[in-house]
Design a protein around this ligand. Sequence first.
Ligand code: SF4
Length: 375
Amino acid sequence: MAGIYIHIPFCKQACHYCNFHFATSLHHKDRLLLAIQKELEMQSDYFEDNSIIKTVYFGGGTPSLLTADEINRIIDTIYRNFRTELLEVTFEANPDDLTKEYLISLQDTAINRLSIGVQSFFDVDLKWMNRAHNHIQAFQCIENALHFGFKDLSVDLIYGSPTTTNEMWYQNLRKLIESGVEHISAYCLTVEEKTPLNKLIKSGKSKPVDSTLGATQFEIMIEELSFAGFEQYEISNFAKNKKYALHNTSYWQGAQYLGVGPSAHSFNGRQRSWNISNNQIYIQSIEEDELPRQSETLSVADIFNELVMTGLRTMWGVNSEKLKEVSKLYFDEFDRNKSSLIENGMMRFTDNNYILTSKGKLFADKIASDLFILE
Ligand code: SF4
């Protein structure tokens, strides 16, 4: 199932932990949106097998800084340049942008799924993260979105922050469960090198992040959400009533996708490419008919390892036949290495799929990297 990702590289302010590409000045917004439309035209032949596009994902940055007209222009460009049968159009939005008026305007677009960056229902967390919204907006946006017909809602939360006690984390989860939201993405706070948070911690102006707190809150989350009927269908993603995210699930299953906009990544099954993470150079380059992207051709081992890594993070696991299709030789090595994981109760093998157990999920990334094929 092929998909298109659109990166909107603008934010109102910089969240302290964030290492995505964005600018806080909207100065070049019009030119950048035109460049995104032009890049979509330039990439109309990206999918060699002329795949049908089933999902579109607006991420960022902050897509909710766009007007409905701007969104429609981008979606119309997709319709004009690709074969489409859109099942899911996801739009990342921040709580402070989701006013009633804005939600009403979004009803006139193809968006049928909102992914809201709530992160926490406590002001002490939101202030520490330097988020632009407060706890009232965090509640209000969910109520508004459901009221104005956006039933397919995902909410992002962050755990493991030094301001979030275990009791607050319980409350965040309970509030979300009670809200009626059927998809939750929850990420453990990590300190990335080039972020304000890293500088604040190094200068002693912020408390350091304790990884044991993150591990405890991960376990609390699994217990609470499973009790409330959510499936942990990917390490960081939980869904009720099978409301799995189609776009991200295709990505985890190795499907092709085209990423458009500064810093966006693409994958066509053999090659991975990525656009420059600089708005000004991106615009100039596209205006001069040049794609500002670099690419690398993946080796067979890279493709194999990626299938293992993304597959093991999901509840469907990694399929042995798919692995053999990539390389029988590498599969035999994988098969030998996985035995101790099964004996130790970290992994099980069901219907040709290797699937991590609850115990294994706590160490998903480490297990995947131990199984990697080294060239
Ligand atoms: S709104 Fe999102 S993309 Fe923008 S700075 Fe905050 S976390 Fe990063």
